[in-house]
Design a protein around this ligand. Structure first.
Ligand SMILES: Nc1ncnc2c1ncn2[C@@H]1O[C@H](COP(=O)(O)OP(=O)(O)OP(=O)(O)O)[C@@H](O)[C@H]1O
Ligand SMILES: [Mg+2]
Length: 228
């Protein structure tokens, strides 16, 4: 059976609720490394096909690299260039996010923590200016912005540090923790070789995503105690 998407019902419900407001939002998605943030966003994009989405994975590079990634993403997501021109500066990129939100787009910036790097920091000030205008007229802005990143400390530095330009600007938090046990059992049912020796091996060795590892280990403990 191919690997699918599992669980996250509550998080998907929250995202659907945020989008259904048709009102400006600035959501941060939090959760430790490899917990499933990017996968959840990809699932959201598939499930909200009626809603225009612009997703960019921010590269670990300087402004030119970021702008190049933005241009590529504009092409991939079919952003009409007669309405939205490709940004040539980070300030223009912030403006583009505002224009897309006004047009109803859900803008997603993955690996957002790179904007904490010195060369990219001016973007946060530009985005602050855009965000403040949008939030002042939130009920006339049908789209919004979701940011997520893999390095928690840097995300915190950008969004929660009192001296940071974007401090206190987010409207929602989508917090991810481990997959629920029912989903993990579905995964085991669909994908695991459930022979005891294989599960014991799984508990120690398999490099599965971390959300599933704890269950393998607890299954191992049960099997060990059953064998005694
Ligand atoms: N709900 C899910 N269903 C199935 N597989 C999942 C799910 N969530 C995560 N995974 C798998 O776990 C792995 C890590 O997920 P993902 O890359 O989305 O995590 P992340 O939080 O974005 O990581 P990082 O912090 O490094 O950016 C991927 O291989 C993905 O396929
Ligand atoms: Mg990720």
């Amino acid at each position: 059976m191919p690997w699918g998407f599992y669980g996250r019902t509550e998080e998907l419900r929250l995202i659907a609720e945020i989008l259904s407001r048709d009102r400006w939002f600035f959501a941060k998605m939090t959760g430790r490394r490899r917990i499933g943030k990017t996968t959840l966003i990809q699932q959201t994009i598939q499930m909200t096909a009626a809603r225009p989405v612009f997703y960019v994975q921010i590269p670990d590079s300087g402004p030119a690299g970021v702008l190049s990634a933005v241009a590529d993403a504009m092409e991939s997501f079919g952003i009409p260039t007669d309405r939205f021109s490709s940004p040539t500066t980070l300030a223009e990129f912030a403006q583009l996010i505002g224009s897309l939100a006004r047009a109803g787009y859900v803008v997603v910036l993955d690996e957002f923590q790179y904007f904490n790097r010195r060369l990219l920091q001016p973007f946060c000030s530009s985005l602050q200016a855009v965000v403040d205008v949008l939030s002042a007229e939130a009920d006339r802005v049908p789209g919004g912005l979701i940011v997520l990143g893999s390095i928690h400390t840097e995300m915190t530095a950008i969004l929660e540090n009192r001296s940071a330009p974007l401090y206190n600007r987010t409207t929602d938090e989508i917090a991810l923790s481990h997959l629920d046990i029912a989903s993990v059992l579905v995964i085991l049912h669909e994908h695991a070789d459930t022979s005891p020796d294989r599960l014991l091996f799984c508990g120690y060795e398999v490099q599965t995503p971390s959300p599933y590892k704890g269950v393998c280990v607890s299954t191992k403990k049960k099997l060990v105690s059953r064998r005694k």
